[in-house]
Write a protein that binds this ligand. Structure first.
Ligand SMILES: NC(=O)c1ccc[n+]([C@@H]2O[C@H](COP(=O)([O-])OP(=O)(O)OC[C@H]3O[C@@H](n4cnc5c(N)ncnc54)[C@H](O)[C@@H]3O)[C@@H](O)[C@H]2O)c1
Ligand SMILES: [Zn+2]
Length: 344
């Protein structure tokens, strides 16, 4: 079938790629209709690796997708042919210790699309367990469905923050993931969400979403001073670190209210300084997230309820035939872009 293949670092081709997939009794076969480009896809494209995950053989990219069910196994009862679904891209080993402990997201045996050596889903069809497919309600498009993957990260972060109604939050970093954290925090009950970045174009997008999202340009404004002043010296109940920039450490902790929660979302290589005595003195707790646990149904429900408007974050759409151009566009890193989408 036709697929977008990363042949090697910086070399993509849209070509026929043989994949033998068998449909098990609990699986569905999906005709892919939309697939977003994630920061990790761009990273594999430009660098050929993320940490220990190295692209050694040609690999199909893409893990943020939605499509139509065109075949199903005999045991699949809750989905029908013709249903439009979005898919959770990682399938854990159901016998693993982590799954038993309720942390399927960190199962080391997880099979996750477009993480070498596993192929992604930017291709004509995929076979996937029905358990990891989520039916989209009427009125929701495939492209919106593909946005449920990055949104699930924001929802997982909001869950870990244990947000309470009326909380004040701060998101450090206004990239795609920072925006997903901000809108999830708002939908989860935060009264006000500050969001910081050094790029004004990014902040403008987040600020236009809702009057309770307050952009802070830290290229011009001191974050700690600003938050301290805006919160009457108290700080924020919840902080999401979503920049992945080690240089924001350890300063941003000073924006937290006593007893507050800090959720580390941004990833990085290497280590960062943390002032333990400061954290202890403020009674702060630190949470981390890795991907998501049972968030896709919540993401779909929030969009369906109108509490989250996701469409506006699809910045540019390319047809499948122009998938390589789409990747080049995403890799150029236009600051006004939240998500580049490919439609099939
Ligand atoms: N934990 C997880 O499961 C998970 C999942 C997806 C992504 N991530 C991580 O989340 C982070 C963000 O991902 P993304 O796709 O949004 O990346 P991105 O590059 O689009 O966004 C990062 C943003 O941080 C901003 N930034 C850089 N330095 C800053 C600073 N000093 N202060 C404020 N903002 C600053 C950048 O301008 C950019 O807008 C990355 O580290 C990524 O690896 C984590
Ligand atoms: Zn993604």
């Amino acid at each position: 079938m036709k697929a977008l293949v990363l042949e090697e670092k910086k070399k993509l081709s849209l070509r026929d790629f043989p994949i033998a997939e068998t449909l098990g009794p609990y699986d569905v076969k999906i005709q892919i209709k939309a697939c977003g480009i994630c920061g990790s896809d761009v990273h594999y494209y430009l660098e050929g690796a993320i940490g220990d995950f190295i692209v050694r053989d040609p690999m199909i990219l893409g893990h943020e997708a939605a499509g139509i069910i065109i075949e199903k196994g005999e045991q699949v009862t809750d989905l029908a042919l013709g249903d439009l679904v979005c898919m959770e891209p990682g399938i854990p080993n159901r016998r693993s210790h982590e799954v038993m402990e309720g942390m399927y997201n960190i199962d080391p045996e997880v099979v996750f699309w477009a993480t070498p050596p596993i192929h992604g889903c930017l291709r004509e069809t995929v076979v996937h367990p029905a358990q990891f497919c989520f039916k989209l309600p009427k009125g929701m498009s495939a492209a919106e469905g593909a946005m449920m993957e990055p949104l699930a990260i924001g929802i997982e972060a909001a869950k870990k923050a244990a947000l309470k109604p009326g909380d004040t939050a701060l998101v450090v970093g206004c990239g795609t993931i920072g925006v997903m954290c901000a809108i999830s925090a708002l939908a989860g009950g935060a009264a006000k969400v500050f969001i910081s970045d050094v790029k004004q174009e990014k902040l403008a997008i987040a600020g236009a979403y809702d009057k309770n999202i307050i952009p802070v340009n830290t290229a011009k404004t001191d974050l700690v001073e600003f938050i301290t002043k805006e919160t009457g010296g108290k700080g924020c109940n919840v902080i999401f670190e979503a920049s992945g920039n080690p240089r924001v450490y350890p300063d941003f902790f000073r924006c937290a209210k006593k007893g507050g929660k800090v959720v580390l979302v941004g990833m990085m290589n290497g280590t960062v300084p943390i002032d333990v005595a400061f954290l202890q003195g403020r009674g702060l707790s630190i949470e981390t997230i890795f991907r998501y646990i049972n968030c896709f149904d919540r993401a779909v429900a929030l969009v369906n309820s109108g509490k989250i408007e996701i469409k506006r974050f699809i910045s540019k759409t390319f047809p499948f035939e122009e998938a390589i151009a789409a990747y080049e566009y995403a890799a150029a890193g236009h600051p006004e872009v939240v998500k580049v989408m490919i439609e099939l």
